[in-house]
Design a binder for this molecule. Structure first.
Ligand SMILES: [Zn+2]
Length: 703
């Protein structure tokens, strides 16, 4: 046994020996940004202050194209004042015509709209208030024309097809429909048949059944030509819809009186722009955007992103003043946009951003309380067609966001819950990622059951999540804005590592596909074709990743940095042969296992044609989702509905990518491989057909 004295000594010795490695070998530190700076950022960002701004912004009914005197314009001015108070020098509001006629790229501006108030009263069988704009702004459908009418209410079922109006005279009357789709009901009842206005219940969305008083936003979208004929619309909750339906079922006569004080006119879309000019590389810009518009309250969508950018601007000023960071070397451009249409308008006047924009971030719905909103955080990556490193900078920091230090005093104690998803559209990042600009712009956002409803209120917005996502965007911004050669190298190694993983994962997906085809007697016929496609994916993926790595050179000037990146690219490309070997040997294994003959796939005419055609796009800006439907004849657009299986999943994202990749150098077959690599298998016939349609519409040429 040891004597007590000796035992103390040995405890000290052992403790020392255990601690020694900590001094000799620093702990693994995974982040691109130094710990001290991350801690400063964490202390600086206030989820509470951001939440407070959400509640301020959500007081405004922010409908795009409002024009002078509208609450949208007032809100933009309010934020401009706030930014000037924070100390930003370059704060401008730029206005773009919005009258329902003016087009920006292929996107027609919304009609200008102003509203003062609206009420809907039931007169028969009993007298009571149904809806009042000042109670619930979304109960009046945005872009409703003003008017006053007292009439019988005609029940038209769902009211979206001609059949439902048979033998019903709705002219000059109020029309009631169930099941949502306010804009379509308005089109049928008012624009086509001269009704005065529509009253519409909510859609049948399963996840909203538990909220009987929720009112969905139903936006009427009259074009410039339809302004004169437009009427108004009221949106009801499920509870209200049920009550009305039961009156009609009981055979009661229903009459209502509507008063709408609103106006459709030549409006404008203000874009609020604030810049912090870079000290060393002012012409390299990081563009941080969020849409300011939407109905009141629109707390998470998108007062949260708008407030997040105000907080970021404040934090950037404060961190410089505290000497926590040096003044930013590269320029930051903040944009508060009228969603998509406003972004299109702004970009038509800022084509120089193609050269200046090195990356972007779209903050759209950044504050969701996970539990209340049935949601989680989504990083929607920038697409394969737009090379860059911003996705990897953001994902590198996810581990940091796990910490309890992000818990905000009035916020939730939820731990960070995130998904990383491939590119998809639906918000302003589609404009910036379009190859007219090629600014890699991921979207930072959440899914949300209350999206576009009366219940998207500030209480659904979580100060803890606000603090997390603002900190994430801010840290990435500071890192890229101030990156030097050392940072560029560190980043290149990070992107290289993630690229390796992506290549391995791609191969894994390919192997799973091979197995599905080999083991399925129906799919077996196409196994040889599948193999002949997927054996290209290691090269395709390596090309995508090489382009990502190349982009980092814009952050490091020194020759040593550039050649270090080149050697990482070489290493990465060495992996192609390994991945091909893995695919080949697994393929052989499956053939043996299922007793199949190895067949060579003879490239048929479709493949030959696709590899010979090199399309080049002739238009700027992304195609609107309904472009083909509106510009092809009925037979032409029916092809797409009939051939869903050939397109595979992610139709919208694929269309976007295919257009983006049409640069005159890539063949249609190259493009087919890239979108299949990024999303899922895509039939070459679909690519050919789609390109043929674009050619017909004079949107592309073949080089
Ligand atoms: Zn949004």
């Amino acid at each position: 046994m040891l004597t007590p004295k000796k035992s103390w000594l040995s405890v000290i010795t052992i403790t020392f020996l255990f601690l020694l490695p900590l001094f000799l070998f620093p702990q693994d530190y995974p982040y691109l940004i130094k710990r001290e700076l991350l801690e400063m950022i964490q202390s600086e960002v206030s989820g509470e202050r951001a939440w407070d701004m959400v509640s301020k912004i959500s007081r405004f009914h922010r409908i795009r194209g409002g024009g002078e005197g509208s609450e949208y314009n007032q809100c933009a001015e309010y934020l401009a004042k706030e930014l000037r108070q924070i100390g930003l020098k370059e704060v401008t509001i730029k206005k773009y015509r919005s009258d329902g006629f003016q087009k920006y790229f292929f996107w027609t501006s919304p009609v200008g709209w102003k509203v003062n108030g609206a009420e809907l009263w039931m007169i028969k069988p009993s007298r009571k208030l149904i809806a009042r704009f000042s109670d619930q702004a979304v109960s009046l459908m945005p872009y409703s024309q003003g008017g006053e009418v007292e009439s019988e209410v005609i029940y038209v079922g769902r009211g979206r097809s001609d059949a439902e109006y048979k033998n019903k005279n709705v002219k000059g009357k109020l029309v009631f429909a169930t099941g949502g789709g306010g804009s379509q009901v308005h089109r049928q009842a008012v624009l086509k048949r001269g009704a005065a206005g529509v009253i519409v219940g909510p859609s049948d969305r399963e996840d909203r059944l538990q909220y009987p008083d929720l009112i969905e936003v139903n936006r009427l979208s009259p074009s410039g030509e339809e302004r004169e004929k437009a009427g108004f619309g009221f949106a009801l909750s499920r509870r209200q819809e049920k009550e009305l339906v039961s009156l009609f079922r009981a055979g009661r006569k229903v009459a209502m009186r509507a008063e709408v004080e609103a106006e459709l006119f030549d409006g404008n879309m203000p874009v609020l722009e604030a810049k912090i000019i870079g000290t060393e590389y002012p012409s390299q810009e990081i563009i941080i955007m969020g849409h300011l518009d939407h109905y009141k309250p629109g707390a998470n969508d998108n007062a949260s992103g708008s407030a997040g950018m105000i907080e970021m601007a404040r934090n950037l000023r404060a961190l410089v003043e505290r000497d926590a960071i040096s003044p930013l070397k590269r320029t930051i451009r903040f944009l508060w946009l009228p969603e998509i249409h406003g972004a299109a308008a702004y970009l038509t006047k800022h084509l120089d951003l193609k050269e200046k924009g090195i990356c972007g971030m779209n903050l759209d719905m950044i504050g969701e309380d996970y539990t209340l909103c049935q949601s989680n955080f989504n990083l929607i990556c920038s697409p394969y067609s737009v090379p860059g490193y911003i996705n990897d900078v953001l994902t590198n920091l996810f581990g940091w966001l796990e910490g309890r230090a992000f818990f905000s005093p009035r916020g939730s104690k939820n731990r960070f819950n995130f998904r990383i998803r491939p590119f998809s559209g639906g918000s302003d990042h589609v404009m910036f990622n379009d190859s007219t600009f090629s600014i890699p712009t991921p979207m930072l956002g959440h899914g949300d059951v209350f999206h576009h409803t009366s219940l998207d209120t500030p209480d659904k917005c979580d100060p803890t999540e606000m603090k997390r996502i603002i900190s994430l965007a801010l840290a990435a911004t500071i890192f890229i804005a101030n990156a030097d050669d050392e940072d560029a190298l560190e980043l290149a190694r990070e992107v290289f590592t993630q690229a390796n993983i992506r290549m391995t994962r791609r191969t894994q997906r390919s192997i799973r596909l091979l197995h599905q085809y080999a083991s399925d007697t129906d799919k077996r016929n196409n196994l040889a074709e599948l193999y002949s496609n997927i054996i290209n994916y290691p090269i395709v993926q390596a090309q995508v990743e090489t382009a990502n790595l190349e982009e980092i050179k814009e952050l490091g000037k020194e020759k040593a940095t550039q050649s270090a990146i080149d050697s990482l690219i070489k290493d990465l490309n060495r992996q192609i042969a390994d991945e091909k070997d893995i695919i080949n040997s697994t393929y052989d294994l499956f053939l043996e296992r299922y007793e199949l003959n190895k067949e060579d796939f003879q490239l048929n005419d479709l493949y030959k044609k696709a590899s010979s055609l090199k399309p080049k796009r002739l238009f700027k800006g992304p195609l609107p989702g309904n472009y083909l439907r509106e510009n092809l004849d009925e037979k032409g657009s029916a092809w797409y509905t009939r051939n869903r299986a050939k397109i595979g999943r992610s139709y919208g994202s694929k269309i976007y990518e295919i257009v983006n990749l049409m640069d005159g150098n890539r063949s249609l077959l190259d493009i087919r491989h890239i979108v299949s690599c990024e999303y899922n298998e895509t039939d070459v016939e679909f690519i050919l057909h789609f390109a043929g349609d674009l050619k017909k519409l004079k949107l592309i040429t073949f080089e």
